[in-house]
Design a binder for this molecule. Structure first.
Ligand SMILES: [Ca+2]
Length: 431
């Protein structure tokens, strides 16, 4: 587990060594001006010891100021445009092409990669090669933003070969989103359903959520959408517009914030990306309105949240604050909107250590966001990569690999982008 000096990323994950993904080609650079550097201190500088104070690593969990999170005072509003051009030299290496709307990727213990394609196929990247036959075809209802969405592996996948998928299913005309657990065969070439983990998540043509992540506490977190019904986000008895938290078997943990209820965070519209800055605190990205509720637009956001928090959809606008609701740390006037997000824990791009990296669909960027280590609702650095001539197109998934490199997927063939002849791709983002 890698740790930034002040903001340890404690997210559990697959940290197996020796990944065999092959590099196929170098595709794009961020083309920074020469000799430019970021102005923030490096992690090692911020970790400079102060006399008679305990080491930051020991106090990071308790020293973080969450009391003032979300009161709006520190909220950064990006007015026009999407953010300053990134100043760190990074590039994208193509890992595989020929995919159709990949939504989620997960690394297996041997470095192979499972990819979910939204039309309903699970694909295997074995020894760096996309296998021609699907591992499994899931019977999805793939209209609008629904279909086969994220995938996540059981924390003990190496022993039980269990993994989870989030998908949209049509049950004799009743369409639902659900989380289902599957088991991968020993050779990795086929998979079979095991059991339903979370059922009857609200569904609509738009806003189906879909993100699955295991937290550092070993629990499965599920990001859902408001299914185009904003009011359900504020209803703790609805599974829509939430982050849910369940055990790997789908049970409700006894320490969930709303009693015998999988709901963990409320007031979301359509989250597709979140990661943990410590055991109990998450950075959460969310989509803002796209014309509903009187023509409101833009206002996608990044918030700092913990158990029981209400992130304010559909009540809050931009940096507004209201008693009982959490205002964002960062929001945009223009629609970005965010796909996946992950804390960068690799060493290839040391400037990004501990920062949140967000892939965006509409604006087609990678956003790098760093936060005040003592008050993580306060943005320190925000910049964008892969704009303009370096564009990779729409970016959906953002995930750290077991080789400590960052991986993303494109979503250019989802009907909203320019689908190239060789389809959607997985890229490694590195120096
Ligand atoms: Ca995932």
């Amino acid at each position: 587990m890698k740790q930034n000096a002040n903001l340890p990323s404690v997210r559990s994950g697959f940290r197996w060594v020796a990944v065999g993904l092959s590099l196929i080609g170098v595709v794009a650079c961020a083309s920074p001006p020469p000799n430019t550097v970021t102005t923030e201190p490096s992690p090692t500088e911020t970790a400079a010891p102060i006399a008679q104070e305990p080491a930051p690593q020991e106090t990071a969990q308790t020293a973080i100021d969450l009391e003032n999170r979300g009161t709006g005072g520190a909220c950064q509003f990006v007015e026009g445009g999407f953010g300053p051009q990134g100043q760190v030299e990074v590039r994208a290496e193509e890992v595989v092409s020929g995919l159709e709307v990949p939504w989620g990727i997960v690394f297996l213990e041997n470095g192979d990669l499972l990819v979910s394609e939204r039309p309903g196929r699970l694909r295997l990247v074995q020894d760096g090669q996309l296998q021609p036959n699907a591992v499994a075809t899931v019977n999805v209802s793939a209209s609008g933003e629904g279909g086969l969405l994220d995938i996540e592996a059981h924390p003990d996948f190496a022993n039980n070969r269990l993994f989870y998928i989030y998908y949209t299913a049509d049950r004799n005309g009743a369409v639902v989103n659900l989380v289902e657990r599957w088991q991968l065969s020993e050779d990795g070439l086929s998979a079979t359903p095991d059991r339903v983990i979370v059922d009857n998540i609200p569904v609509a043509r738009f806003h189906n959520g879909g993100r699955l992540e295991f937290g550092p506490d070993g629990m499965l977190y599920v990001g859902t959408g408001d299914a185009s019904s904003p009011d359900i986000s504020q209803d703790p008895n609805s599974l829509g517009g939430k982050i849910l938290r369940v055990t790997p078997d789908g049970e409700i943990p006894s320490d969930n914030p709303f009693g015998n209820n999988p709901v963990f965070i409320t007031g979301l519209r359509n989250t597709q990306g979140f990661d943990w800055l410590n055991e109990s605190t998450l950075w959460v990205t969310d989509h803002g309105p796209s014309g509903e509720l009187g023509g409101r637009r833009g206002q996608d956001k990044v918030s700092v949240a913990t158990a029981g928090d209400n992130l304010g959809w559909p009540i809050l606008r931009a940096c507004d604050s209201q008693e009982g609701l959490i205002s964002p740390a960062l929001t945009w006037q223009e629609a970005v909107p965010p796909g996946g997000a992950a804390i960068y824990t690799g060493s290839a791009i040391p400037e990004w250590q501990g920062d949140l990296v967000i892939g965006t669909l509409g604006s087609e960027h990678l956003h790098r966001v760093s936060f005040d280590p003592d008050a993580p609702y306060r943005v320190q650095t925000h910049e964008v990569y892969f704009g303009g001539a370096n564009s990779l197109g729409r970016i959906r998934e953002v995930v750290m690999g077991p080789d400590d490199e960052l991986y993303i997927t494109t979503s250019n063939c989802d009907g909203r982008g320019a689908c190239p002849a060789d389809g959607d791709k997985i890229f490694r983002i590195t120096r």
